[in-house]
Design a protein around this ligand. Sequence first.
Ligand SMILES: NC(=O)c1ccc[n+]([C@@H]2O[C@H](COP(=O)([O-])OP(=O)(O)OC[C@H]3O[C@@H](n4cnc5c(N)ncnc54)[C@H](O)[C@@H]3O)[C@@H](O)[C@H]2O)c1
Ligand SMILES: O=c1ccn([C@@H]2O[C@H](COP(=O)(O)OP(=O)(O)O[C@H]3O[C@H](CO)[C@H](O)[C@H](O)[C@H]3O)[C@@H](O)[C@H]2O)c(=O)[nH]1
Length: 323
Amino acid sequence: MILVVGGAGYIGSHLVKDLIKKEQVIVLDNLSSGHQQAINDNAIFVHGDLKNEFEYDFLFDKYPIKAVFHFAACSLVGESVINPQKYYENNVGSTLKLLNLMIKHKIKNIIFSSTAATYGIPNCKLIDEAVPTIPVNPYGRSKLMIEQILADYAKSYDINYSILRYFNAAGADVSGEIGESHNPETHLIPIVLQHLYGIREKVNIFGTDYDTPDGTCIRDYIHVTDLVNAHITALEALLKGEIKNQIYNLGNGKGYSVKEVIQTCEMITDIKCKIKIGERRIGDPPVLVASSKKIEEELGWKAERNLEQIIKTAWRWQQNQRY
Ligand SMILES: NC(=O)c1ccc[n+]([C@@H]2O[C@H](COP(=O)([O-])OP(=O)(O)OC[C@H]3O[C@@H](n4cnc5c(N)ncnc54)[C@H](O)[C@@H]3O)[C@@H](O)[C@H]2O)c1
Ligand SMILES: O=c1ccn([C@@H]2O[C@H](COP(=O)(O)OP(=O)(O)O[C@H]3O[C@H](CO)[C@H](O)[C@H](O)[C@H]3O)[C@@H](O)[C@H]2O)c(=O)[nH]1
């Protein structure tokens, strides 16, 4: 039995859809940004909040839980600057509650969703796990704090963690049944596709004066299905005891500029985008591209889907969106 906290959200719901083929799954989610319709029908759903232990303490007695995936978080960078309290309380505070219960019930395996935002604005072409973590906003700091707490707990208690630092998650399940649905949506690909679908007036490009070939920011977009595969790989390795307390970057190792993403969306949909060039968005690093060599070498995982496949599946979801 596996507990997926935040399993009604974008990435968590994709993991659940796949994991359910191999394991029994319980989803704990407060539906603050997730969707009940996104949860696979075969999973057990518990509507509860991580910060209220009494809403899920019983799960550890009732079910033989082998491992916990922890996706639950607030994750809007801009909001984290305006309201850091929400981020430290929901991301750090609630995670402490979860870890307390894991220790109490002797559940040792946890796979934690971290982020490229822990690196801040690194000055290197490819970011590997040895690059210093100097986050530049409360969101990134809240995730780094949890990473540090996990490292300390693992030294003193029987905790074995995998920290997965995602770069830019994008795309949708190939079935078209589940996909990304955030409100507000802040991510580039769904924003462009919403515009091309006719439900958003235009696309704002946040800055064209970066020191990059076309002046727009470069990111490493990774298909949500590749992310899911990495999670399953990490789970299997944790359960077999093959890895202990590791951090892995998850990306494609290839960067695309904002303009390149927009052009690829135009090419796939065969619709022209209405663009407005705007100011830089505060805190945006010019280039973030992952080296995922460590997980490739240690666990044999590698991203398999490219930007076109990401946008094609996201477009199918946009046209068929159910929640
Ligand atoms: N989407 C990305 O590009 C990206 C990149 C790097 C890291 N991440 C991290 O991956 C994780 C998942 O991201 P996502 O895009 O799927 O986000 P999401 O908002 O779609 O999913 C998060 C889920 O957690 C739930 N949740 C939040 N707080 C909760 C609480 N206190 N108790 C119970 N449930 C709670 C939400 O209702 C939601 O279903 C997050 O931790 C995020 O920080 C995402
Ligand atoms: O309407 C938009 C939206 C985005 N962008 C640009 O597109 C790029 C990608 O932006 P996203 O908001 O899609 O993604 P981020 O790179 O800002 O954020 C992602 O990476 C972060 C790490 O830096 C966090 O992990 C975060 O959770 C994750 O979504 C950025 O240069 C951004 O400025 C635009 O130009 N216009």
